[in-house]
Design a protein around this ligand. Structure first.
Ligand code: CP
Ligand code: NVA
Length: 294
């Protein structure tokens, strides 16, 4: 049975832990070529219907370093853009490649692709979920704190795809995830996260503060209203001071300094965002190796 990775819920706690172990091994052995044969003879389609810097480059490098062939496709290069159905696209791609990684403006489209594909499908971001990001976030926290269990992570800002994926992955890792967002931007109940509209209460006792853009891809028409509504949720030095002294700051990037995070915090000594960005590579290698293991 092929295994997809669409929301992160596909992984059990044990599998998630193993995947993070594997990511750490791949990271430590990267320059010695560890994992270099894992995808030998395999090809992976990387379909990007939306812009991407980190996800696209880290997946392309990940596949290449594992000895596979990455095939990067923009949505407008496929007959999909001229009306070929998602299910036919899935059937055909399955005859050529060993896995499909896709970033799309529609979560339903990615689910439909996965339902018709005979090979694993990986969600590289939809408006609802960004599970690959959450894997890198957990690896970054593991590197900083060791055990994830019991860590308190405060997500402050828009209760979006990144927040949802963190809540899901955090629950698997037995972390305490608190999402602070204003009314109208809050995550729905049911992912194991605590929800509040008070950023200070959220960050109190937190080991990590996380934020993301206020205007996600697809939200551009609401940009002005979003910036106004989310201003009280900016992560600044004052808010950071209300967390533990040992707290780290996370952001999936791209950042908009002066909006969701101040320049001082983004580039400050507690920021772990560059390690977090690097860890996309190592966790995605581990994910592909896991999904494609015989
Ligand atoms: N964090 C993240 O997914 O970045 P990109 O949009 O650049 O891929
Ligand atoms: N929430 C953002 C994440 C970008 C990596 C978006 O969906 O655009």
């Amino acid at each position: 049975m092929k295994q997809d990775f669409l929301t992160g819920e596909e992984l059990g706690a044990f599998e998630l832990d193993k995947l993070l172990d594997r990511a750490q091994e791949l990271k430590a052995g990267r320059r010695d070529g560890v994992g270099g044969e894992k995808l030998a003879g395999r090809s992976i389609a990387l379909v990007f219907e939306k812009p991407s810097t980190r996800t696209r480059i880290s997946f392309e490098v990940a596949v290449a370093e594992l000895g596979g062939t990455p095939i990067v496709l923009r949505g407008d290069e496929l007959q999909l853009s001229r009306g070929e159905s998602i299910s036919d696209t899935a059937r055909v791609l399955s005859r050529y490649v060993d896995a499909i990684v896709i970033r799309s403006g529609s979560h339903e489209a990615v689910s439909e692709l996965a339902a018709s594909a005979e090979v694993p499908v990986v969600n590289a971001l939809t408006p609802l979920h960004h599970p690959c990001q959450a894997l890198a976030d957990l690896l970054t926290l593991r590197e900083r704190f060791g055990d994830l269990q019991g860590l308190r992570l405060a997500y402050v800002g828009d209760g979006n795809n990144v927040a949802r994926s963190l809540a899901i992955a955090g629950e698997l890792a037995q972390m305490e995830v608190v999402v602070a967002a204003p009314a109208g931007y809050q995550l729905e109940e049911g992912h194991g996260a605590k929800l509040t509209d008070d950023p200070r209460a959220a960050v109190s006792g937190a080991d990590a503060i996380y934020t993301d853009v206020w205007v996600s891809m697809g939200d551009e028409a609401e940009a002005e209203r979003r910036r106004a509504d989310l201003t009280p949720f900016q992560v600044d030095a004052d808010l950071l001071a209300a967390a533990k002294d040992s707290a780290v700051v996370l952001h999936c990037l791209p950042a908009h300094p002066g909006e969701e995070i101040t320049e001082e915090v983004l580039y400050g000594s507690q920021s772990a965002v560059w390690d977090q960005a690097e860890n996309r590579l190592h966790t995605q290698k581990a994910l592909l190796a896991t999904l494609l293991s015989d």
